[in-house]
Design a protein around this ligand. Structure first.
Ligand SMILES: Cc1cc2nc3c(=O)[nH]c(=O)nc-3n(C[C@H](O)[C@H](O)[C@H](O)COP(=O)(O)OP(=O)(O)OC[C@H]3O[C@@H](n4cnc5c(N)ncnc54)[C@H](O)[C@@H]3O)c2cc1C
Length: 346
């Protein structure tokens, strides 16, 4: 096995990746010839964390990453101890340097297909060129896509002053005038939650009818001091590239500096589905059924991060990747020992 450890974690390696990768932000590169022990699909927090564990465990590992992390629209990553406030791209670039320091290859590209040959033989197709590589185990960390509500201007301002997650952004916009765009009755929960960060909250009912709110919803909204405005939202009012208001279809406008929305999460589970992984329906999309380590119902295939669950923030995604990789490493070790014993070499 090639060892290409770089103690500083900041330089290039002389391992299988040398001259080929540059990581997702750089040249596209292509995987080396030959088989890998593990292919990690996706190079966000979950995938890179898994790869760090695998590289340090001297597993021949390839990360294939398309380069579109979920939090790309945000200027800063919040709530990750010691990394609070770091730009997401900087966080991932540091992660790639650390991972490559242990000889892991990272290539930019999309895994378009995976074929399970059984008995730990996966054929992975990378990129439009259709290059294939082989792996004994897979970790799928492809994340999810946020499908934005169809209100003009909302998608363009997402991550700036159109926000979805108070834990990600609430502190930075505290005490401003908040709007919440209701798209389901569950938006009441969001309106109540964001009240933790500002006492000036208006819930725009938009596509939700007033009679869809329960008495309990109405009592809680009143107790929290949340104003409720019926009527469809037609657009945003923006001045000097800042949100200043919300415009209703009847032409009235409401001054607001921040609008919270609930994008529809679309987990990127296509590869897992085609591998036959069992999925479970949730109100936030369907995710693979896994054991606590992220092992899916397909032997040899783990999932972590937002591809495995809606609620995973960056720190949880990294943790899930770590757990999956450490479990996989042990499983592979014992599989090889048992195979050697069975062949009479033990
Ligand atoms: C606007 C916004 C702000 C946020 N702010 C915060 C915050 O401040 N703090 C926080 O903790 N969380 C934040 N989050 C949540 C955070 O983005 C996720 O928790 C985190 O990105 C999950 O990491 P992941 O590795 O599972 O997925 P991702 O980071 O989304 O990475 C998945 C990677 O896989 C790649 N990929 C997908 N399909 C393929 C394929 N077939 N082949 C190859 N590669 C593929 C993608 O391009 C992507 O690079 C925010 C989210 C949004 C939308």
């Amino acid at each position: 096995m090639t060892e290409a450890r770089n103690e500083t974690g900041t330089g290039t390696t002389d391992g299988p990746s040398a001259g080929t990768t540059g990581g997702p932000a750089g040249a596209t590169g292509s995987p080396s010839a030959g088989a890998y022990e593990v292919v990690v699909v996706g190079g966000g927090a979950a995938g890179l964390s898994a790869a760090l564990v695998l590289g340090r465990a001297r597993r021949r590992t390839l990360v294939v990453d398309e380069g579109g992390p979920r939090n790309a629209p945000a200027a800063h990553l919040q709530g990750y101890l010691t990394r609070d406030g770091m730009p997401p791209a900087e966080f991932l670039a540091a992660g790639r340097r650390e991972v490559e320091g242990y000889g892991v290859e990272i290539v930019r590209g999309r895994v378009t297909e995976v074929v399970n040959g059984g008995a730990g033989e996966f054929e992975v197709t990378v990129g439009a060129s259709g290059q294939t590589v082989h792996a004994r185990r897979l970790i799928v960390t492809t994340g999810l896509a946020d499908e934005m509500p169809a209100v003009p201007g909302v998608a363009e301002r997402f991550g700036r002053d159109v926000l979805h997650c108070p834990y990600c952004h609430g502190w930075e916009v505290r005490d401003l005038a908040f709007g919440v765009l209701a798209t389901t009755p569950m938006s009441v929960h969001q309106a109540l939650m964001v009240g933790q960060w500002s006492k000036d909250v208006t819930l725009f009912l938009h596509t939700v009818a007033e009679d869809e709110l329960s008495d309990e919803d109405l009592r809680r909204l009143a107790a929290a001091g949340v104003a409720v405005v019926p009527g469809e939202v037609a657009g945003l009012v923006v001045a000097e590239d800042r949100l200043t208001g919300v415009r209703l279809a009847d032409g009235t406008t409401h001054e607001r500096s921040v609008l919270f929305v609930a994008p529809r999460p679309v987990p990127r589970t296509g590869l897992l589905e085609r591998l036959g992984a069992e999925l479970r329906e949730t109100p936030f999309g369907s995710y693979p059924v896994t054991d606590p380590t992220g092992l899916t119902s397909v032997p040899g295939v783990w999932a972590a991060g937002n591809a495995a669950g809606f609620a995973e923030q960056v720190v949880n995604a990294a943790s899930g990747g770590y757990r999956a990789a450490a479990t996989l490493n042990g499983e592979l070790l014992f599989a090889d020992l048992d195979a050697a014993i069975a062949r009479g070499q033990g």
